[in-house]
Design a protein. Sequence first.
Length: 204
Amino acid sequence: MTDTPPDHGVTDAALDRAADACRRGECVVYPTETVYGLGADALDPEAVERVFELKGRDRDKPVSLAVSEAGDLDDHVRLSERERAFAEAFLPGPVTLVAERRDAVPDVLTGGRDRVGVRVPDHEVALALLRRAGTPLTATSANRSGAGSARRVAEVDSSIRDACVVLDAGETPGGGSTVVDVATGTIHRRGPTADVVRQWLAEH
């Protein structure tokens, strides 16, 4: 039984290679329901540092983490009942929930902040990778800081591609996740679900 439908073009062997790389502290490029992401073990400070280096990203700009199902969020963040209800309503999907991190989440991921963005991507390849890696992965776009996001592997900067195991599942839909802090009712970044999220916040 394979984790991914054959039309994604990503084999079990490729997923195994990518998961092994994550467990070794290396980086992978993987598809999501928005754009290609740059993944590494989100609980390994050295692996997270590699992500920042590859992106050329300022260390004070936090990176989100992804898990394979909403039920795994409790291992990494402390959720209020309202935040839990929000996660159940919108995850998996193109939404990043900002919540209070647990101690295992390293400072380098959050830029020293006490809150972290968490995602459950709605893409079978991403979910299969997360399940096989057995750890949350960084959820940040696979591009150099300030450059455009990549919907195809060919659009990923060669300096990133060459340093990573790459899972090529063809073109992704594009866009970005809606980033929301449910505790304060703040939408930090508007994505395709922003209007629905705003309505949910108003009603809950």
